[in-house]
Design a protein around this ligand. Sequence first.
Ligand code: CTP
Ligand code: CA
Length: 238
Amino acid sequence: VEEARGDKPLAGRTIVVTAGGTREPLDPVRYLGNRSSGKQGSAVARALVDAGARVRFVAAHLSQPAPEGVELTEASTAVELQAAVREAARGADGLVMAAAVADFRPAAYNGSKIKKTDDGGAPAIELVRNPDILADLVAERRDRADLPGLIVGFAAETGDETSSVEEYGRAKLARKGCEVLVVNEVGEDKGFGRDENAATLLFRDDAPGGPREPEHVAGSKDDVARKIADVMAGALNR
Ligand code: CTP
Ligand code: CA
């Protein structure tokens, strides 16, 4: 059995990481998607592998190849991603939900390409809610011992007149019930598809060890990823 050592603090641990962005098909050629590149999730997977963890990597439409040394599963839609995460999470020590999961999907899939009509009109697209993968897993683990005790969520937030990025993050952390929430500030010039990132890690108040101050990290996506790996190693080895 491998043991946690200084340079491999996650040896012997299994961690599930999701990355990328889901696509929700409308017809055979069109989908509703988002701008996630999967770079931050891939960087987290790499940092966890470097720290000695066994990484089950669930990827949705990455803009670059998956990192080396992970066990790769691919998923396209939110429903597929949920099935893959459920499977991978069994017996895992940790889960990092870095994927951008579509909140809604088209209510109906058109088996053939949607065509324009001669009257100049446009179709309305009806949407239905997707499952909340993270919240569902947090709820499910209340009566299952084989699901990860350490769940890390991500939130891409923009501040507005009523609340700051961190205030929105706090509310989301409470709502989701995960142990850690990594809050990114996004906008036209930061976040998606970029190599640089700034994030605030928020910790659940009733986590083991008591309340903990937020941690701020700025730098490359690899810097943010290493911080997340450090925090996870600390939590799993305490
Ligand atoms: N998430 C998820 N399943 C969903 C939507 C989100 O598991 N259907 C996860 C994301 O992977 C992320 C976290 O939940 O780790 C927060 O995602 P975010 O979109 O910021 O939160 P939402 O609860 O969807 O809230 P919002 O209305 O702000 O989009
Ligand atoms: Ca969302």
